[in-house]
Design a protein around this ligand. Structure first.
Ligand code: MG
Length: 385
């Protein structure tokens, strides 16, 4: 029995992870669940899976959750620190971190320092604090198993291979809803337009990141840490159909790719059952009716978030944390109608330009840098043009 802590259980990854867990009752036991604010949904999940502990990070929802779960003997925690407690719980074998944003870093580090295996869907943890997370994982001797579909694909394609024979990894990108569009069009884009992703159903933040291509930028930095490769060895290709989930090019010229229908249950299940492969319920690729698979270079001039991420990664230190914080804030402002779609990269670039890089930042430094970058983003959003 693997005892699972599921952080962010009411989100898109969290609910799909619970479907996976539910199909293997003899294999998994849900030890803890957490949500930010969706108390009723969390309570429903808790009544079904009967975890030992649940946590709600927004304290104002504590009473609602407590009332919903009365009499069940489930321990209830509240507040942002409770996530660290769940992540570091010694009664847990594997922590699935599907929190959104920088807020996930503390839980990532807590899980690793407690020696818990980490299934990671929160890419922002590695973007902001990859150096800390990788060091922590090495010290504790535990695995970080990727849940992000591209990174899971690469992870699957390097099993049993020599890592030093990897010439390049190629992350595929759907291109989002605006691939092929020009600046005149992008100027008019509304949050409703940007929230319509062609292939994947995901949370709001990552869907906007897909539309700006920042999602791929964050994934490039995530890949750098997970696979220990320099940025020159990480490429991006637009692949509209989202059937090829990523590729690894070896030095003999062989290319290994992982394919499948776009269904997050596959990478989630692989992370939870690794190294085993068990029966999965994702629809199969139908080769007889499959539409042609297309590949194209990313449009870096109309979608500058991707080159900004490469730049932040190359600068290193605290800069990727700044990129991430400015992006989180710019996306929030865009969704709230306080910034335009094209303001997102503009805000990020200005905040990056202003930042004085700290090399080897510790957690507290990252925390301050994150906060500062968010405030600066709000200021820049107010100054138009
Ligand atoms: Mg992805």
């Amino acid at each position: 029995m693997k005892r699972i802590a599921l952080l962010g259980s009411t989100g898109s990854i969290g609910t799909q992870a619970l479907q996976v867990v539910d199909s293997f009752p003899e294999l998994f036991r849900v030890h803890s669940l957490s949500a930010h604010r969706q108390a009723a949904k969390l309570a429903r999940q808790a009544r079904h899976f009967l975890p030992a502990v649940v946590a709600i990070s927004d304290e104002s929802c504590y009473n609602e959750l407590k009332a919903e779960l009365s009499g069940l003997g489930i321990k209830i925690l509240a507040g942002p620190d409770s996530l660290r407690e769940l992540a570091a719980d010694q009664e847990t074998d594997i922590v699935l971190n599907s929190l959104v944003g920088f807020a996930g870093l503390a839980a990532t580090l807590a899980a690793l320092s407690a020696g818990n295996t980490l299934a990671l869907a929160n890419k922002e943890s590695l973007v902001a604090g990859g150096h800390l997370a990788m060091r922590q994982a090495a010290e504790a001797g535990v695995n970080i198993l990727p849940v992000d579909s591209e990174h899971s694909a690469i992870f699957q394609c390097i099993q049993g291979q020599q890592l030093d024979a990897v010439e390049k990894i190629v992350l595929t990108a759907s291109g989002g809803p605006f691939f092929g569009r020009n600046l005149a069009f992008l100027q008019t884009v509304t949050p409703q337009d940007a929230l319509k992703h062609p292939n994947w159903v995901m949370g709001a933040k990552i869907t906007i990141d897909s539309a700006t291509m920042m999602n791929k930028g964050l994934e490039v930095i995530e890949a750098r840490w997970l696979f220990g490769l320099p940025y020159e060895k990480i490429d991006v290709v637009v692949h509209r159909e989202s059937i090829v989930h990523s590729l690894v090019v070896y030095r003999d010229g062989a290319v290994l790719a992982q394919l499948g229908t776009p269904d997050m249950r596959v990478p989630i299940q692989y992370a939870l059952t690794y190294p085993e492969r068990l029966l999965g319920h994702a629809p199969r690729v139908c080769w007889n009716t499959l539409s042609p698979l297309n590949f194209a270079p990313p449009d870096k001039s109309n979608f500058p978030c991707l080159p900004l991420a490469y730049l932040a990664g190359a600068i290193g230190g605290s800069m990727p944390c700044v990129l991430n914080a400015a992006n989180e804030e710019a996306v929030r402002l865009f969704l709230g109608g306080k910034a335009s779609f094209l303001d997102i990269p503009r805000i990020i670039e200005r905040v990056m330009n202003k930042h004085k890089v700290v090399t080897e930042p510790d957690f507290d430094t990252l925390h301050d840098v994150d906060k500062e970058a968010r405030l600066l983003s709000q200021e820049y959003a107010k100054m138009k043009g």
